[in-house]
Design a protein around this ligand. Sequence first.
Ligand SMILES: NC(=O)c1ccc[n+]([C@@H]2O[C@H](COP(=O)([O-])OP(=O)(O)OC[C@H]3O[C@@H](n4cnc5c(N)ncnc54)[C@H](O)[C@@H]3O)[C@@H](O)[C@H]2O)c1
Length: 254
Amino acid sequence: MELKGKIAVITGGASGIGLALAIRFIAEGATVVISDINGPALKEKASEIGATPIVTDVTKEEQVQALVEESTRLFGRIDLFVSNAGVAKYGDPFSAERDWDFSWHVNLMSQVYAAKYVLPQMIARGDGYLLNTASAAGLVVEFHSALYSTTKHAAVGFAEWLAASYKDAGVKVSVLCPGGVKTPMAAELPNMMKEAIDPADLADTVVKAIAKEQFMISTHEHIWQIFQMKAQDYDKYISLLGERRAYMLGLGEK
Ligand SMILES: NC(=O)c1ccc[n+]([C@@H]2O[C@H](COP(=O)([O-])OP(=O)(O)OC[C@H]3O[C@@H](n4cnc5c(N)ncnc54)[C@H](O)[C@@H]3O)[C@@H](O)[C@H]2O)c1
């Protein structure tokens, strides 16, 4: 899909990857709505970059519905909906159920709500595009947080389901699975930052992938190789994960 003349909505658009995508989409000639739970940052960034701000908490179904309805009212349609808002909350099997619920709602259910409200107009037109941000943590286990890794694996699964189910209806789907990206989210993880890429470079990769209507958008070759090895030999993958866990968590480093 070419972005020129298209209407795009991006959640989590006040910061990091979402903001970089908004800047790049506008440069490509798209009209962009950015939404975020952080109202003041959203309004500031929107006026800086020439986007329309709509404050939305994506964990609330009625707010995602309102985002879709208001964007459609303002611009007539939505060509591309980017479900990008996410949280990297720390957690493990001992975490409180509310922490699991929170991660589940931000990282997965937000994408379910978006699909629920934006798909009908795309199916009716026989045209549309969903770009769902998951993570490399949805392909290969990420050890900082079981909440993050598990919900991102679910997001990849949901994107696969959407892509295969709505292809014949003319709806394209991409899933964005970057490794580390230099944003406030990754800033707290030193070993992640060592291999992190610039959000503007990621936006460039995304625009090229959307032009090709490519389902999987990954960034870090070594993570992609681990993912391929997982498909070939799951037990080898599990045994080698220990080394990656030690590296990612900085275990044994002085
Ligand atoms: N930074 C990385 O290394 C990295 C790697 C892979 C995937 N990701 C994913 O990319 C996406 C964007 O992350 P980022 O790195 O730009 O982080 P970020 O923290 O810079 O931006 C995330 C944005 O989402 C917003 N947000 C959080 N909860 C929300 C909610 N309930 N409703 C609406 N907005 C909400 C935040 O206010 C923030 O503006 C996330 O889904 C993240 O999991 C990030």
